[in-house]
Design a protein around this ligand. Structure first.
Ligand SMILES: [Zn+2]
Length: 336
């Protein structure tokens, strides 16, 4: 193995509210991390912020970086190399890999954030050694990733696998952000849905820690709800259970359609652990078909909220030949 391959690559996971970037070595050890908020930025500001975050990580590890991998919450078109549509961020129709390769003067690979997460979990995480894996990453929205027959499945043109936008209620509420659909899993089981559910529950039962925190002027957020739930707050636990049961309906669909060996649940909301997963497992067991339901495991992501970043780093290290969403510095004339 060459000296470069033994060094670090940078993995970046872009979410609906924050960016996580880290320098990752060949053993998947993370050597330096940075976190940046992304709320309120337009597309060009977002691109600038991401480039700055990567440069900061690169400097902190002495500049010796072989490539950068990006997991971004977007659909892609592998025929044009463009990131096409994001539900929860202002990214659309952008040559993301080419722009970043020019800006950073490094080889760049880009994929959907949940595709990166399922790659990490199937290689070395909760689904290590499994050939058929479904993953839901639950943050601001719900990302989806599939490994089928040992390969990440991206669909005909690179638009798959948006598992968070499967409809679980045809007459349900409008979905979030730029999604034109109604009743998507994302609308009832995302971090945003958790915040909505908790705010309804706390209005009915204001006399717990959660209600007191709001009275003190704290903002209701996913991390706050999961933290209080882990400390035993009954209202926070109830809200997570409602979201977990909705999640179970989505997981039952995945079990019926794909017959995965493992369904991995990642993203910030998965920090709730079995408070979220037990209701999901119970609903899935009552709804899914045999034989898929008999052996499937529903597990929290082993890499936790870092699965996307680790998967992006794996992609950057491997840079699969012919991968359509990749760019080298100096190879493009179409950079804005
Ligand atoms: Zn949707």
């Amino acid at each position: 193995m060459s000296a470069v391959a033994e060094g670090c690559v940078i993995g970046v996971d872009l979410g609906g509210t924050k960016l996580l970037a880290g320098a990752v070595d060949a053993d998947l050890t993370v050597h330096h991390r940075t976190n940046r908020p992304v709320l309120g930025l337009d597309q060009m500001e977002l691109v600038e912020m991401i480039a700055h975050a990567v440069e900061g990580v690169r400097t902190s590890v002495g500049g010796d970086v072989a490539a950068v991998g990006f997991g971004i919450p977007c659909t892609f078109d592998s025929r044009t190399g463009k990131a096409v549509q994001a539900v929860n961020l202002p990214l659309h129709d952008i040559r993301f890999a080419e722009i970043m390769a020019e800006r950073l003067e490094l080889p760049v690979v880009v994929d959907n954030d949940a595709n990166c997460a399922v790659l990490a979990e199937a290689r070395a995480g909760a689904a290590a050694g499994c050939s058929d894996v479904a993953l839901l990453t639950i943050g601001t929205g719900i990302g989806g990733g599939l490994v089928l027959n040992g390969e990440v499945y991206r669909g005909f043109a690179g638009g798959g696998a948006e598992l968070g936008h499967m409809v679980v209620d045809m007459h349900g509420r409008p979905c979030q952000g730029n999604c034109p659909n109604w009743g998507c899993l994302e609308s009832v089981a995302s971090g945003s849905a958790l915040v909505r559910e908790a705010s309804l529950a706390v209005a009915r039962s204001p006399d717990t820690e959660l209600g007191r925190a709001l009275e003190e002027g704290r903002e209701l957020t996913g991390p706050m709800i999961t933290g209080l739930a882990r400390d035993g707050d009954p209202v926070a636990r109830g809200a997570i259970e409602v979201v977990g049961r909705a999640l179970g309906v989505g997981v039952a669909n995945l079990v019926n359609i794909f017959n995965p060996e493992v369904v991995v649940i990642g993203g910030g909301v998965s920090e709730a652990g079995d408070l979220l997963l037990d209701p999901a497992r119970e609903v899935m067991r009552r709804r899914a078909l045999r034989p898929g339901v008999d052996e499937v495991r529903v597990e929290a992501a082993a890499f936790g909220a870092e699965a996307g970043m680790i998967g992006a780093a794996i992609l950057a290290r491997e840079r699969p030949p012919g991968f359509p969403l990749a760019a080298e510095p100096g190879s493009s004339s179409a950079v804005a």
